[in-house]
Design a protein around this ligand. Structure first.
Ligand code: PMP
Length: 355
């Protein structure tokens, strides 16, 4: 071992879904949106004045914070923007989980949470989901140093109600409770109204899924103004200029076109609801989804087998070789054409197995 290696920080990184170079692959593995971003975003990028690139972007991301604040009926000092919600959550972990008590999150959830906790030396405990993959609020009535839960949860796709989050808030007044609403725009009811009652709530959102802008890297969160100020202090201690000026401008234009946004979300919800029915016809079961993906297992074929067979047919979905979920596949909702190709491939896999 080389001497300098002794000082290297050891981490087990998060493994992101594959981003294949081959454009012909049907990519249903990272919950991207099959439809383009708002037309005004496309126009902006087509005619972007590159002179803007000489200067640093606005470190306070004022325009986008103001646009999002107006959209959600909040003041600007209650919105924090980051480079995707991954950046927002990472800054939130650093900001609010600095105590010695364990931070709580479900055992089956966004796999990045334990990675940040390990990186930042935050003690944590994974709370098992119930047999049916639901989260029991009663499990979060124990001493903790903070809580983070996605709603809908990923990869289960299950949405819990506002009462569920309020129960957790009521029983944890001295913890920061983060609700990761990455997938809330696909039919779920947001817990945003609870912000008026609870100053220990942080609601996290992303432009990556419902706004078709995963490649632009924009995420944000909303909380009380003291919480947002605390996050801004941490951010300004790591990197002042997080969002590029292009991302800030594109983000503003996306938020302005609410009609387009709602229409695209509606299309995905429709395809998703049809998908669960079609997949049931092929022998798959899974929970009712409130996200832009479904989480399903087949009545006889193992998860890893279907995953590999789909891959051979150039269709990528997501699979985890983990206890409890090894037979499940997380399938992102693609365009209607992509879904048709998926069903054909699944049918082919099932039929060849029966021969
Ligand atoms: N939270 C959840 C629950 C997610 O599934 C994802 C997507 N991987 C993220 C946050 C991060 O998304 P992004 O950084 O693209 O905003």
């Amino acid at each position: 071992m080389k001497e300098w290696m002794k000082n290297v920080r050891n981490v087990t990184p998060y493994v992101a879904g594959e981003q294949p170079a081959d454009k012909n692959i049907i990519k249903l593995n990272t919950n991207e949106n099959p439809y383009p971003p708002a037309p005004a975003v496309r126009e902006l990028l087509n005619g972007f004045d590159t002179d803007i690139l000489r200067k640093y972007p606005d470190p306070d991301i004022k325009d986008l914070c103001a646009e999002l604040a107006a959209y959600h009926g909040l003041s600007s000092d209650r919105v924090f923007c980051g480079v995707g919600s991954d950046d927002v959550i990472s800054v939130a972990f650093l900001t609010f989980f600095a105590g010695k008590k364990k931070v709580l999150f479900p055992d089956v959830t966004y796999a990045f949470y334990p990675v940040w906790a390990q990186l930042y030396g935050i003690p944590y405990e994974e709370i098992p989901l119930k047999e049916d993959f639901r989260i029991d609020a009663a499990d979060y009535r124990r001493e903790n140093g903070g809580i983070i839960i996605p709603n809908p949860n990923a990869p289960t796709s299950i949405l819990e109600g506002i009462e569920f989050v309020e129960d957790i808030l009521k029983h944890n007044p001295s913890s920061m409770v983060m609700i990761d609403e990455a997938y809330i725009d696909f039919g779920g009811k947001s817990v945003l109204p609870l912000l008026e009652k609870y100053d220990n709530l942080l609601v996290i959102r992303t432009f990556s899924k419902s706004r078709s802008m995963a490649g632009m890297r924009i995420g944000y969160c909303m909380g009380c103004k003291e919480a947002i100020a605390a996050m801004n202090s941490i951010k300004a201690s790591i990197n002042s200029y997080t969002l590029s000026q292009i991302a800030i401008s594109a983000g503003v234009l996306s938020v302005k076109d609410d009609a387009y946004f709602k229409e695209q979300c509606g299309r995905i919800v429709k395809t998703r609801d049809e998908a669960l029915k079609t997949l049931a016809g092929l022998g798959f079961t899974g929970p009712e989804s409130a996200a832009n993906f479904v989480f399903v297992k087949h009545e006889s074929l193992p998860g890893d087998y279907i995953f590999e067979e789909l891959k051979k047919r150039r269709i990528f979905v997501r699979h985890w070789n983990k206890p409890r979920i090894a037979d499940y596949l997380r399938i992102t909702i693609g365009s209607d054409e992509e879904m048709k190709r998926l069903y054909e491939a699944l049918n082919d896999i099932i039929q060849s197995e029966r021969k």
